[in-house]
Write a protein that binds this ligand. Structure first.
Ligand code: ATP
Length: 601
């Protein structure tokens, strides 16, 4: 049995509430079978008559059978509430998802509309609607649904905004998945529990409001409802005081059961399904952002027009080793990244970076914190944080210009042309899903593999990243594996769709020294086997020594020096590189660069 259902059934209050609700719903659904007679058949001779054979609840003032009216009334009352809820959910949930996930203008506009609707007095709107639409309860329930929708919007928007910058959502984005798929898979699961709880609570409210409207005589007099029965019972309270008991009991029991069920559901659902909130360790958040002012182009070297309006100079710079061709797998020329500031100005954080990565080599991008490494890497991936954009320069991958591509075009490249290995392995795995599910998803989506094929390939990938028990890991959730294993899983995910270029952003920083060495050796092996080009972003010159063929040193948004790892580590030319080496190695002798012969064994 589903664990949520099991926990719900273990809660006595939840069990009783669910049983009462089930009984009420069943009774009103079977009203035509259970009712002794038509609810509108009246016989004035039976007016206020007490219980008699076949009529256990007696008759009302017009001589109509109370049980029949109660059962049919329940259909209309509960049906109206369901209609109001359906309208509220259809409007509130999707709009809340989009506003919370995408933000931007839609979020602002939706916020205005929601505030406006919430400021309207519901009862006055319903009374005015009744005057315009006539005494039809169903139309009023649709209006009620619109009035309730903001409560769902706010709930969903707030919850989604809280998870949209989680690293595992970024990781899904970087693996090339569409927003709709990410929302369906990683975001909806987080809002599911609050929506279910809110639905149960709002259902009680909708029933109460519907009954209140009928009690005030707003609905059609010929339709039996619990509210209309209450109204009649109140009018005749002195003559037949027990008449108020039945609709009152039906309303009270149903509303109380919904509230209790909501509370039990909250306990059952929030016990496990809502992932614990995780705080981002870094200030930079790779949310997708269009590149304002950038013209999509696929011509190599076309690049992005400078923020000043000129085409960025594509300087005839030399590649790091001195050649000036752009035949490399990744070729960055004159890359500029800018952020729009609140005061309307623009702040440039990367000032014309040149960089090359060829097939089958690892290039280290090193520099102290804030030097612009991540901004450069995110520009290549097309995942600059909100407000950031490529304001000049050119980025080609495999000869194709990608600076200035739209988010959609970038997404098509991510995963199967450019892949990403992030810094925080644990935060980049969704705690709600097994490792297997998370590995299989991009392969099914990007490569169109069947479930079975994706599974086979995922197990094989786990073996390739030297996980000895792939079947167990496939079935494990992220909290059941170690940090080193999680990083291996992310590396497996990164290579799963056969990319040509791998961007690894401080892939070993969160790991202990022994695991760091293993992960670097693994990266190196996979890179050699697959002839991958790797851009390794790091501030650690030890990592450079262990893994890189060539190095580009960055400072304050500029490349200050490039060269082979050996040259940079043993005879740095730029004073900044020397300072960096002195600071990191603390006068200790420089480690020897990586030796391929040892690595392959
Ligand atoms: N969202 C942002 N808005 C404005 N400026 C930003 C934003 N994100 C980063 N920057 C600026 O860009 C510059 C480069 O940051 P970046 O994250 O690329 O540094 P880094 O070299 O990767 O550092 P670290 O190793 O700490 O991640 C910094 O000066 C930073 O203040």
């Amino acid at each position: 049995m589903n664990p949520v259902a099991r926990r719900l059934l273990r809660n006595p209050l939840g069990l009783v509430a669910a049983a009462v609700l089930a009984a009420v719903v069943l009774a009103v659904l079977l009203a035509p079978l259970l009712s002794p007679q038509d609810p509108n058949v009246s016989n004035l001779r039976d007016s206020f008559a007490g219980p008699a054979g076949g009529h256990p609840l007696g008759f009302d003032s017009a001589g109509r059978d109370v049980l029949s009216r109660l059962l049919h009334g329940g259909r209309n009352t509960l049906g109206g509430a369901v209609l109001a809820l359906a309208v509220a959910l259809v409007i509130g949930v999707p709009s809340g998802l989009v506003a919370g996930y995408r933000g931007g203008r839609f979020d602002v506009a939706a916020g205005w509309v929601v505030n406006l609707v919430m400021s309207l007095p519901a009862m006055v709107v319903l009374l005015a609607s009744r005057a315009i639409l006539g005494p039809t309860v169903w139309a009023l329930m649709i209006v009620l649904g619109v009035l309730i929708a903001p409560s769902f919007f706010r709930l969903v928007r707030g919850t989604v905004a809280g998870v949209r910058n989680e690293l595992y959502v970024d990781a899904a984005r970087v693996s090339g998945l569409r927003d709709t798929r990410i929302i369906a898979r990683h975001v909806l699961i987080v809002v599911r529990a609050p929506i279910i709880i809110q639905t149960a609570l709002v259902a009680g409210l909708a029933i109460g409001l519907q009954a209140g409207l009928e009690f005030l005589g707003i609905g059609s007099g010929s339709t039996p409802t619990w509210g209309a029965m209450l109204n009649e019972a109140f009018t005749n309270i002195e003559r037949a005081p027990t008449m108020i008991l039945w609709p009152g009991l039906a309303l009270g029991l149903t509303s109380a059961s919904l509230v209790l069920l909501a509370s039990a559901l909250r306990d059952a659902l929030e016990d496990r399904t809502t992932p614990p909130p995780r705080r981002r360790p870094r200030t930079t958040t790779p949310t997708p952002s269009p590149t304002p002012g950038a013209t999509p182009s696929t011509t190599p070297g076309a690049g992005v027009a400078d923020a000043e309006g000129d085409q960025a100079d594509v300087p005839s710079v030399s590649s790091p080793d001195g050649s000036d061709d752009r035949a490399g797998l990744l070729s960055v020329r004159g890359l500029k990244v800018s952020y729009a500031m609140a005061d309307g100005t623009s702040k440039q954080v990367v000032h014309g970076v040149d960089l090359d990565v060829r097939e089958g080599e690892i290039v280290g991008l090193v520099g102290e914190s804030g030097s612009g490494k991540t901004q450069t890497a995110f520009s290549i991936l097309g995942i600059l944080p909100e407000g950031g954009h490529v304001s000049g320069g050119s980025v080609t991958v495999d000869g194709r210009e990608i600076a200035g591509l739209t988010e959609r075009e970038h997404r098509a490249l991510r995963g199967n042309v450019i892949a990403y290995v992030p810094q925080e392995p644990m935060s980049n795995l969704d705690p709600s899903f097994t490792i297997g599910a998370q590995l299989m998803e991009p392969m099914r989506y990007k490569l169109g593999l069947s479930r079975a094929e994706a599974r086979r390939r995922a197990v094989d990938l786990l073996r390739q990243v030297e996980i000895t028990d792939p079947e167990r890991v496939m079935a494990s959730h992220p909290h059941q594996i170690s940090g080193g294993m999680a990083q291996r899983v992310l590396i497996a995910g990164a290579i799963s769709c056969d990319p040509k270029l791998l961007i690894a952003d401080e892939p070993t920083t969160a790991l202990d020294v022994m695991v760091q060495a293993e992960v670097l050796a693994l990266l190196r092996r996979l890179q050699k086997e697959r002839d991958l080009g790797v851009l390794l972003v790091t501030h650690n010159l030890g990592v450079v020594a262990d893994a890189c063929d060539r190095v580009a040193v960055m400072r304050e948004g500029r490349i200050v020096e490039t060269g082979t790892a050996e040259k940079i580590l043993q005879s740095p030319g730029d004073p900044y590189t020397r300072t960096l080496l002195d600071a990191v190695l603390d006068q200790a002798p420089t480690r020897r660069p990586w030796q391929p012969a040892k690595e392959t064994t």
